[in-house]
Design a protein around this ligand. Structure first.
Ligand code: GUN
Length: 291
């Protein structure tokens, strides 16, 4: 069994990006600048955005965190997005999700200039992804592809089962794994809350990508020997023994499933750090496209 070490690979990617940025600096070129908008005080969202900003510092990017109150109206957020669209200094930006209920998420994501949409959430970019055109691929799916690629995990002709159809992970992942090319060329089954007999489906899978958010959902008896496991779950489970008061738990019963798997991502230290590295990669791409 091989651990797909997202922490290590993401550090390698950040080092590669830093080298590119150092070259830009040496030529007196503008370095990439990422902005992140966060609306409200959700603890997990603040943690993620904080990590994204710290990662920018580490590779030499400029970054701006835009904090807006929980009572921000849709119009106020749309005005801020227009400001970022027009700001020549900003190469790419993200709107951290989820948004408070008074704001229509789809309307907001459609307001982002597709050339600055480093999350790849705009329908134009999502459509390009589905049509094999070059575009920003959403960071988490992009990170999973990169992990599979760097470890040389075969995906061609394999049966990939994706659990969860979220717009951020499950849906794009199901498209990407079936695309022509590597990693891709899989036969994909997309499962969700209405799927019947999910155990039967997962036990036929060569590769399982779980983005459900239910701690320890995937058990050893649901998978076959030598399965490849990608665990995208990051649920905060209360834990009195932890200083934070919670532990981050994946969708997979790691202890038992890892005994049957050929490759598996840990939680934490698997997909999570890859997401941030790929957001940086998309931001570098956005800067290069604006030169
Ligand atoms: N919320 C959870 N994951 C993500 C992500 O990748 N991007 C944004 N903007 N919000 C998220």
């Amino acid at each position: 069994m091989t651990i797909l070490d997202g922490k290590k690979v993401s550090n390698d990617i950040k080092d590669e990006i830093k080298q590119q940025v150092d070259k830009m600096k040496a030529k007196n070129e503008k370095v990439p600048h990422l902005a992140a908008v966060i609306v409200g005080n959700d603890g997990a969202s603040l943690t993620y955005v904080g990590s994204k900003v710290r990662a920018c510092e580490r590779v030499g990017f400029e970054s701006t965190m835009v904090r807006m109150s929980n009572t921000t109206s849709e119009i106020e957020l749309l005005d801020k997005i227009e400001e970022l669209n027009q700001d020549d200094n900003i190469d790419g930006f993200i709107i951290q999700l989820p948004l408070p209920p008074q704001i229509n998420t789809q309307k907001v994501l459609m307001a982002v200039d597709p050339s600055k949409d480093v999350d790849g959430f705009h329908p134009e970019n999502f459509g390009k992804m589905a049509l094999d055109m070059s575009t920003f691929i959403p960071a988490t799916p992009f990170g999973i592809l990169e992990l599979l690629d760097r470890y040389g995990v075969e995906t061609k002709g394999k049966h990939t089962v994706v659990i969860g159809r979220s717009h951020i992970v499950g849906r794009p992942m199901s498209i990407l794994m079936g695309r022509k090319g590597f990693p891709g060329n899989s036969t994909v089954t997309l499962t969700h809350s209405h799927t019947k007999n999910i155990n039967q489906i997962t036990s036929q899978a060569d590769i399982i990508i779980s983005a459900l958010g239910v701690p320890n959902f995937l058990k050893a008896e649901m998978v076959k020997d030598d399965v490849v496991i990608i665990d995208v779950g990051i649920t905060r489970v209360p834990d009195e023994n932890s200083t934070k008061g919670y532990i981050i738990t994946g969708d997979v019963d790691f202890e038992n499933v890892s005994k049957k798997a050929s490759y598996i991502t840990p939680v934490p230290g698997g997909v999570g750090p890859m997401t941030i590295a790929m957001l940086l990669k998309n931001t570098l791409l956005a800067r290069e496209q604006r030169m």
